[in-house]
Ligand binder design. Sequence first.
Ligand code: SF4
Ligand code: SF4
Length: 119
Amino acid sequence: MPWIKGESCVGCGVCVESCPVGAISLENGVAVIDMSNCIRCGICHDICPNDAVMHDSEKIPDEVNANITKTKEFMSACAKYLGDAKEKQKCLNRMIKYFNKEKIIIEKTLEKLQILKKK
Ligand code: SF4
Ligand code: SF4
């Protein structure tokens, strides 16, 4: 999924004009993508003269850090609201289970997408 690096966008509007589904608009002189309409065609990424449209993979480190932060917050909340320090570790185990489930969903999705590719 594409995303706009706000500090690199000069608001030229080229991507707005080029998006086939009208998913990009300018807000305060910066391009914004409505992800609910984006069909992931990649045109905006290829056409931006300022390299302001980034690939999703460039967000991986931030997303990993956000997951760790969220897990730590849940662990602290479990200890606080359930009144037992041991709840922290139980919460951690539940989050590990949760992310494992997410991993399985992604793996199974990728398997099915590969089958689609062969058709
Ligand atoms: S083409 Fe690039 S610089 Fe121009 S508005 Fe879109 S994202 Fe910003
Ligand atoms: S990827 Fe395609 S559909 Fe999505 S915002 Fe860019 S140009 Fe529009």
